[in-house]
Design a protein. Structure first.
Length: 190
């Protein structure tokens, strides 16, 4: 027999939190910093860009997974799923067509390696890969090109993101980063 829980009261001027129904709530107020733009650059200049600053920080602090010569791999600070990685050129460039041939090759190589490593670490059933070119296309930081590598599992798209606009990510970013870093050399190939 389940024990009756006392409802948690939150500030709610419209009174919606006090309306009883059969649903439990998964509150994710930490997402408000992203929605509010806390870590987004004030402008598109290189000094404001988090993808330009990341390579100059400690790997753990910047969630860096792998450094190449023209590009690097970093954890997404606001992941769609566990192990969501970004491949970024070091150079502050917005459009895929602006990459040098060397940058384009390394972005591709690091993407392939990241997929192999994620498969070894967490066994996803598939991936979403992509670049959002421009703010209108969904780029949160349009001024610095970045390729998304999003691992997917059968059944991972449940009611939470579809109805509740919430994503449950079951592992801390640093824990995932440590697993990927430890597995990189043995699993990346190339």
């Amino acid at each position: 027999m389940t024990e009756e829980k006392e409802p948690i009261q939150v500030e709610d001027p419209e009174g919606f939190a006090r309306v009883p129904d059969s649903f439990e709530r998964l509150w994710t107020p930490h997402r408000m910093v992203y929605i509010g733009g806390e870590n987004k650059p004030r402008d598109s200049s290189e000094p404001e860009c988090p993808f330009c600053r990341a390579p100059h920080q400690d790997d753990a602090a910047s969630l860096m997974v792998r450094r190449g010569s023209a590009a690097y791999v970093v954890m997404n600070l606001y992941p769609y799923s566990p192990g969501h990685l970004l491949v970024c050129p070091y150079r502050h460039v917005a459009d895929y067509t602006e990459l040098t041939p060397e940058e384009a090759v390394e972005v591709a190589v690091l993407t392939r390696q990241a997929m192999r490593v994620i498969r070894a670490v967490s066994k996803p059933a598939g991936f979403n890969l992509g670049m959002n070119q421009g703010q209108v296309a969904g780029a949160g930081i349009a001024a610095h090109l970045h390729q998304h590598i999003v691992p997917r599992w059968v059944g991972d798209m449940n009611f939470l993101p579809v109805i509740g606009h919430t994503k449950a990510v079951p592992q801390l970013l640093e824990d995932t980063r440590q697993l990927l870093v430890a597995a990189w050399d043995a699993n990346a190939g190339d």
